[in-house]
Design a protein around this ligand. Structure first.
Ligand SMILES: [Mg+2]
Ligand SMILES: [Zn+2]
Length: 196
């Protein structure tokens, strides 16, 4: 079975986009916009606005990420199962952390064009999903059955279409609220062991 794994808060211990906004962006904007996602903003709109408020050079942010973004134990064990990372974040921030960890995996993510007037996000897939009504991860994963590992809002729709779901935090709460089954996890070793 195919395996798709979210990046922020799933592979990483903390959401690295949130970490970067707190360090280089506008945390007040994050606090204002986050509750509006799924109400009067799409996730893409939220991300685009929050990163437009970041003007730091990419090299500086990547260097910061390499020092501060921590991954959950068991990434190598999980990587042996050849998952694809699927992220609402950016290749520019994910790639260097994977390299630091000595892990090479396919990544489905967005790209950023950093500039002194704010970062411009280029989204991989802007197609509006027929199920959730906003651009989401689900469409890109359609086809053969898959297992999905995630933790948050961006994972909801893709998790609903998965044959097996590993969830924590907000994604777990969401699935509980809908009476859907999933397997909780703490480390990526847990996930690798369950799938082996
Ligand atoms: Mg996440
Ligand atoms: Zn969707």
């Amino acid at each position: 079975m195919r395996l798709f794994v979210d990046w922020d808060g799933t592979v990483t211990v903390e959401d690295s986009l949130v970490q970067v906004i707190h360090e280089f962006g506008d945390p007040a904007m994050l606090a204002e916009l986050e509750p509006r996602v799924g109400v009067d903003l799409t996730l893409h709109e939220e991300i685009a606005l929050e990163f437009a408020a970041i003007t730091a050079p990419l090299e500086e942010v990547v260097a910061w990420a390499l020092e501060n973004v921590e991954v959950r134990p068991g990434l190598r064990e999980l990587a042996a199962l050849r998952p694809t990372i699927v992220s609402a974040g950016f290749h520019e921030l994910i790639g260097p952390v994977l390299l630091r960890e000595g892990v090479e995996l396919p990544v489905l993510a967005n790209t950023v064009e950093p500039g002194p007037d704010g970062w411009v996000v280029h989204f991989r897939d802007e197609a509006v999903c027929a199920t959730c009504g906003e651009p989401c991860k689900r469409g890109g994963l359609a086809g053969e059955p898959y297992a999905y590992v995630g933790d948050g809002y961006s994972d909801r729709c893709a998790a609903l279409a998965a044959d097996r779901v590993f969830a924590r935090r907000a994604l777990a709460d969401y699935l509980v609220s809908r009476n859907l089954t999933f397997e909780p996890f703490e480390t990526l070793d847990d996930v690798a062991a369950a799938l082996t």
